[in-house]
Design a protein around this ligand. Structure first.
Ligand code: NDP
Length: 444
């Protein structure tokens, strides 16, 4: 691997990278099938990715049609790696088994180890038959929508394809490895002013937030819309906040500490709610919704911005969903992509139908949405929110921090890159945007 890394670091020409021999095995971070029941019976919070995520040598996957082997120089921790490493809500080996039954190519993924990771910035090493438009040496970021569109349903929006998967979560050969395997239609040119680790921290959460707010498939935020953003310094929320500001909306940001509120003020957010300080208890002792608390929350939003939210950007799930439906404006939209605190939500339907609100379910993003979202970064309109970076060997520690909500923004992982700060292709452009980049990287 060292020869490959050296060639990438000195920006070797395409032909030289294409001619480099690949090793038989590589370093990778993976969970093991024979350990999938290791946390049975434990509370979620006590399940520790540091016990289940291993770093060791594994074989390099065989390349198929329309596929590409890349050398990730950096990756990032997403919450889906937390789910994989705590085997919740189910073991991801179930996804791999199902994929294995689908096709001969799918069977390559059904192994006794699952290489995780759904974000990467790196370099193309090999292209399989049928790949055009990409060649060895290209610097890319990878988005995680893994789909080959062999069925009709996905042809207007690939997220609707029945066989759509999330790479590195529902497939094997993810980004926390010296070599990762992706489909050619997952590649996007790397923004030229970013480092490897900054570029690797973008695609999954940014593209998800973009689809939820800005795409025709979702809430379609307009200029002046008030948008309530939960977890506004987290992965999704950090980008949602930027997208709202960039699109002329008015973010009302919820966070859990004064430190996080301060970070938001530093990037120009005016309306912030510290949920720890306010101490909202949306459920009473019997577990029933507490409408007085919903009202107190709604009043707080009105006191800040003078009106109710046009859009609520939802992902905490059970803990907040009832309140999110309640506080949305008459005719407003609740857009949701997750249920971190629990999948079984309840809300009072009177407040939904009588006030003509709507709930939109959203999941990752199609290729075009991911491309458009990364384009905003390349244009210097949206910035990475990378707070810390660890080497691959400490990926499990990083996953544990995300699991326990000890992070802000994104946590990066160096895979091929020997240190942070490398990979920038356009220093002039970086200098132009450095102030904003540093402001968002203060999310630390
Ligand atoms: P992060 O952990 O980076 O951020 C989530 C933030 O939500 C936290 O920082 C926290 O902020 C807030 N939060 C957590 N629990 C609660 C709670 N009980 N009440 C209120 N706020 C809470 O995670 P991500 O943003 O990366 O992902 C969030 C969820 O979205 C995960 O479940 C993830 O799996 C899912 N997801 C789904 C995607 C999809 O395509 N469907 C794509 C990406 C993520 P604070 O403490 O400051 O309030």
């Amino acid at each position: 691997m060292q020869a490959i890394r050296d060639a990438i670091l000195r920006d070797a020409p395409s032909e030289e990278i294409a001619a480099l021999a690949l090793p038989d095995t590589m370093r990778a971070a993976f969970v093991r099938k024979d350990e999938q029941d290791m946390f049975a019976g434990m509370e979620s919070a006590d399940k520790d990715p540091r016990k289940s995520l291993h770093i060791d040598q594994v074989p390099i996957p065989p390349l198929g049609p329309n596929e590409v082997l890349i050398a990730p120089m950096a990756s990032a921790i997403n919450f889906n790696t937390v789910w994989t490493t705590i085997f919740e809500p189910l073991s991801t080996f179930k996804f791999l088994e199902r994929f294995g039954q689908e096709s001969v190519l799918g069977a390559r993924h059904d192994l006794d180890h699952h290489i995780v990771g759904s974000d990467a910035a790196g370099v193309v090493l090999r292209t399989g038959p049928g790949v055009h438009g990409w060649k060895a040496g290209d610097r890319v970021v990878v988005h995680c929508n893994y789909v080959d569109l062999q069925q009709p349903q996905g042809h207007e929006d690939s997220m609707l394809d029945p066989n759509q998967r999330i790479w590195g979560f529902e497939t094997n050969f993810g980004s926390l490895a010296d070599i990762a395997m992706v489909k050619a239609n997952q590649l996007i040119p790397m923004p030229t002013h970013l480092t490897w680790e900054e570029a690797a921290s973008l695609a999954l959460v940014l593209a998800t937030s973009y689809r939820m707010l800005a795409s025709p498939n979702s809430a379609q935020m307009k200029q002046g819309d008030v948008v309530l953003v939960w977890g506004a310094t987290g992965g999704l929320g950090g980008f949602a906040t930027q997208l709202v500001l960039n699109g002329g909306g008015i973010p009302v940001c919820v966070v859990s500490s004064e430190e996080k509120a301060e970070l938001l003020r530093a990037v120009g957010v005016e309306h912030i709610i510290n949920r720890s300080e306010e101490g909202y208890q949306f459920f009473d002792e019997a577990g029933e919704p507490d409408f007085a608390e919903y009202r107190r929350f709604g009043k707080k939003i009105r006191s800040l911005v003078g009106e109710d939210p046009d859009i609520v950007f939802e992902h905490p799930g059970r803990a907040t969903f009832g309140a999110s439906v309640f506080v949305a404006k008459r005719g407003g939209t609740i857009v949701t992509c997750a249920s971190t605190s629990g999948y079984q939500h309840s809300y009072d339907n009177r407040y939904l139908w009588m006030n003509l609100k709507r709930i939109i379910g959203s999941h990752f993003a199609n290729y075009n949405e991911a491309w458009q979202a990364i384009r905003l970064v390349d244009k210097g309109m949206i910035h990475p929110i990378l707070s810390k970076t660890y080497p691959l060997e400490q990926a499990a520690e990083a996953a544990w921090q995300v699991h326990r909500n000890l992070h802000t923004g994104k946590i990066g992982i160096l895979v091929g890159a020997p240190q942070t700060g490398l990979g920038v292709q356009d220093d002039v452009k970086r200098a132009k945007h450095l102030g904003r980049i540093m402001a968002y990287e203060r999310f630390t």
